[in-house]
Design a protein around this ligand. Structure first.
Ligand code: ARG
Length: 465
């Protein structure tokens, strides 16, 4: 009777009692870490090959392990594998079934390995693939923006600071700003991927192992660029996961800023964009409503992605070296953030392809607000007036316009000259929206030729030409 009560866990040797059901339920991670199965099996296969090569298991044992793992992977793929919560996590679920099926060889797989370095390995392998998937999605979104920038090349709109009309710009310049943000997101992922791409396996529990393993062989098998340098650092390290969360946060934050603009721009007050019906929803009470729910949700989901980063930062903050079970709290947050950001990216590419800009409204919005006032000041500066003085002169001209409820361009030459003799007839070209935009020739500026250059470069980088 007492014998039956004893622990049946793979680590149960020293335990006199079976684990409490509440403990099993509280500590199981299989509900979410099952998604690591492919990478867990990939890592175990490389480890088994290394063990055989080092004479720690026989070639026959290795073959049995490889075959058994292939079979298990196919069963999980097909949804036929039964995951058991009492076996805690993906590592134990796979190893237990393997051992039940192939016997002693299966029981040798965990030689010179701990779940501490195994889970770290699985997570890195998984995130390395996810970094690549994110890069592909980001490039798709960039292409959608580049297509729009090409389609609307020449369309003008107000550029804003403080949400006040500031200076006229090309719509394509605004759209290409997002391409730059997403490019930084991609570059950041390249750096993050480099730090993910380090083999942790071989650190064992945390001190390394006395068995004659070959870590470099495993690194080569799994395509890792390097092997970790310190076993203690490795088993307690989740910097790569926090860094991935930070990368995800900036992506979602960029999408959130875009979302805010789409919500604003699709309002009656702006009417800058029309989002396709298929990408909007209606109201259950107000029959006239067409709501921008997708950008709103995207803006809203930024909260949970930020929460995931905060959550892992807080989990990590007081942890002593090396592995602590707290670390199991890392995966759910990262998985949720990944799912959210990937879904947001893929719907953004569709959304942009199904959004139209109202060029007349954009153009009309460039009138009013004295947006070429800086051009007038620059004009005076080119005629040698100190900029601060020019600023004052133009400020007084703007005040006059406000009094008369007119625009700068509506004043006569004589009226302008009352404020400065430096002003001549060529001023009216300078005060026009197109004149203003095309004068902004500085590198990275909004002049049409600069924007065309930028767009061409982006199209080339994105393989669109
Ligand atoms: N499921 C565990 C995790 O996610 C795996 C490692 C468990 N190691 C241990 N010694 N209990 O962190």
């Amino acid at each position: 009777m007492a014998e039956q009560q004893k622990s049946e866990k793979m680590w149960g040797g020293r335990f006199a009692e079976a684990t409490a059901a509440s403990v099993e339920a509280y500590s199981a991670s299989i509900q979410y870490d099952a998604r690591l199965y492919h990478h867990d099996i990939m890592g175990s296969k490389a480890h088994a090959r290394m063990l055989a090569r080092q004479g720690l298991i026989t070639v026959e044992e290795c073959d049995a392990i490889l075959e058994g793992l292939t079979e298990i992977e196919a069963e999980i793929d097909r949804g036929e594998f039964v995951f058991r919560p009492e076996l805690e996590d993906i590592h134990m679920n796979i190893e237990k079934v393997l051992t039940d099926r192939i016997g002693a060889a299966g029981a040798k797989l965990h030689t010179a390995r701990s779940r501490n370095d195994q889970v770290n390995l699985d997570f890195r392998l998984y995130l390395r693939d996810e970094a690549d998937a994110l890069d592909t999605l980001l490039a798709e979104v960039q292409r959608a923006f580049a297509r729009m920038a090409r389609k609307y090349l020449g369309a003008v709109m107000p550029g804003y600071t403080h949400m006040q009309r500031a200076q006229p710009v090309l719509l394509s310049h605004h759209l290409l700003a997002y391409v730059e943000m997403f490019q930084r997101d991609r570059d950041r992922l390249v750096g993050c991927r480099q730090r993910i791409d380090v083999l942790p396996l071989g650190s064992a529990a945390m001190a390394g192992t006395g068995l004659p393993i070959d870590r470099q062989f495993v690194a080569d098998e799994l395509g890792f660029a390097a092997i970790s340098a310190n076993s203690m650092d490795t088993s307690g390290d989740r910097d790569f996961a926090m860094e991935m969360l930070f990368c995800l946060n900036l992506i979602q934050l960029h999408l959130s800023r875009l979302s805010e603009e789409l919500v604003l721009w699709s309002s009656k007050e702006f009417e800058f964009v029309r989002i396709g019906d298929r990408y909007c929803t209606g109201s259950s009470i107000m029959p006239q409503k067409k709501n921008p729910d997708i950008p709103e949700l995207m803006r809203g989901k930024t909260g949970r992605v930020t929460g995931a980063l905060m959550s892992l930062l807080m989990t990590m903050k007081g942890l002593p070296l090396t592995y602590n079970r707290d670390l199991q709290e890392d995966k759910e947050q990262v998985f949720d953030a990944l799912d959210t950001v990937k879904a947001s990216l893929s719907i953004t590419a569709e959304l942009m392809d199904n959004t139209e800009f109202n060029q007349e409204r954009l153009q009309a919005a460039t009138i009013g607000g004295f947006m070429t006032a800086t051009d007038l000041a620059d004009y005076l500066v080119k005629r040698n007036m100190p900029f601060r003085q020019a600023h004052g002169v133009v400020g007084r001209i703007v005040a006059l316009c406000q009094e008369r409820d007119c625009e700068l361009i509506d004043l006569s030459l004589a009226e302008l000259q009352e404020h400065s003799e430096l002003i001549e007839a060529d001023i009216f070209e300078v005060l026009s929206v197109e004149g203003s935009i095309n004068s902004r020739l500085s590198a990275g500026g909004t002049a049409q030729i600069r924007v065309e250059e930028a767009l061409t470069r982006v199209e080339q980088q994105l393989g669109m030409q």
